[in-house]
Write a new protein. Structure first.
Length: 61
């Protein structure tokens, strides 16, 4: 079962159009650490790296 992140909070919508840190495509979404990243990319990344927390412990919330 894959990771399902909840990024409905306004804090995940930066408003700027920047390249995703994972796939390089432009995104309006940002991680909790303020890095541009698609929600789908983050979920896919966690599926591939289940034991790593590159963006901090609160990134999953
Ligand atoms: Zn992406």
């Amino acid at each position: 079962m894959g990771v399902a992140l909840d990024w409905t909070s306004g804090s995940h919508w930066g408003g700027s159009h920047e390249p995703c840190v994972i796939c390089g495509e432009l995104t309006f979404l940002v991680s909790d650490r303020g890095r541009p990243c698609h929600k789908e990319c983050a979920e896919r990344w966690y599926d591939a790296h289940p034991h790593v927390e590159p963006f901090g412990p609160h990134w999953r919330t």
